[in-house]
Design a protein around this ligand. Structure first.
Ligand SMILES: Nc1ncnc2c1ncn2[C@@H]1O[C@H](COP(=O)(O)OP(=O)(O)O)[C@@H](O)[C@H]1O
Ligand SMILES: CC(=O)N[C@@H](CCC(=O)OP(=O)(O)O)C(=O)O
Length: 276
């Protein structure tokens, strides 16, 4: 997308928050699009995949934050992500007056993947090796925002399940936007601060960190203050912040006009940068 395009950003939208996103979130997307600021959306849908797997009686398990994936699981992952969730997002954007085209990483060979290093344990889970930026550019040039489901295509037509945070980070670095916004169900990266009396056994107070460096992230992962679903987000952020990508911002999707606020430079959520 050219030299660190400032009018395009990648937005990752997590399954934790998708169902609860208010109408105003989609109106915000439409307003941004009308003003020439183009969102490239990569979405998750972990909870919806869990629901369908359960209905079908297919067991599921996560190893190191990644869903153990065989062909049967992959059928459900593709059906839910590229079908149900992708089309629901497209419908909601269009319902708010925006223009969107949904596709998965398989379409046009948009997201090329290889098996992850831990494939022996997790099966058909992929890491991104290439993104066809010209497809994203083409859709944007036609006046639509791309809505991408994180399924990747490997050798011999093999599909791979890709963690949505990983896929979003890869899309951001391959198309060369300046910023990725990660929309989730918490207002940012939180840390528990102890005050004098708390140290004597209290619970402490949770504060949102307005900015974190790579070193602080490593510390918080090691200490367990960053855990679970936040781990793939910070890992994807640290991997994609290089070249054109300057920052990743983690925000809560229920915050009114959250995307416009970030794009206009308002200090909101947690900003991840290489160094301060
Ligand atoms: N330090 C932290 N600050 C905020 N949230 C954290 C932190 N560490 C772990 N989390 C967890 O990460 C979750 C977000 O990840 P996840 O549920 O996978 O969201 P998504 O579906 O949006 O990808 C939060 O709901 C919270 O439980
Ligand atoms: C390999 C892997 O774990 N893939 C994820 C893809 C969806 C995802 O990441 O959704 P969220 O953003 O809602 O967590 C999965 O199967 O759940």
């Amino acid at each position: 997308m050219g030299e660190g395009s400032t009018n395009t950003f990648v937005m990752k939208c997590g399954g934790s928050t998708l169902a609860a996103l208010p109408e105003s979130f989609y109106e915000d997307l439409r307003r941004l699009q009308e003003s020439g600021v183009i969102p490239v959306i990569v979405h998750g849908g972990g909870p919806a995949i869990n629901d369908t797997l359960e209905k079908l009686g297919i067991e599921t398990e996560f190893v190191g934050g990644l869903r153990k994936t065989n062909e049967a699981v992959l059928d459900v992952v593709e059906m839910v992500l590229a079908g149900q969730i992708n089309k629901e997002i497209v419908r909601r954007i269009q319902g708010a007056g925006g223009r969107a085209i949904g596709l998965s990483g398989v379409d046009g060979g948009l997201v090329r993947a290889v098996p992850v290093a831990t494939a022996a344990e997790v099966g058909l889970v992929g890491d991104v090796v290439a993104v066809a930026a010209e497809i994203v550019e083409g859709i944007v040039t036609m006046g639509y925002m791309p809505v991408i489901a994180p399924i990747g295509l490997g050798e011999n037509g093999q599909r791979y399940n890709i963690n949505a945070d990983t896929a979003a980070g890869a899309v951001a670095s391959h198309i060369g936007v300046k910023r990725m916004i990660v929309v989730t169900d918490v207002p940012g990266i939180m840390r528990t601060e102890l005050n004098g009396s708390d140290e004597a056994g209290g619970q402490g107070r949770k504060v949102i960190l307005p900015e974190v460096t790579f070193a602080e992230i490593e510390e918080m992962v090691a200490s367990g203050e960053i855990y679970g679903g936040m781990i793939p987000k910070v890992k994807a952020a640290m991997k994609c912040i290089h070249g054109n990508v300057e920052e990743v911002v983690i925000v809560d999707g229920s915050e009114p006009e959250v995307l416009s606020k970030v794009m206009s430079g308002e200090r909101i959520g947690t900003r991840i940068m290489k160094s301060r």
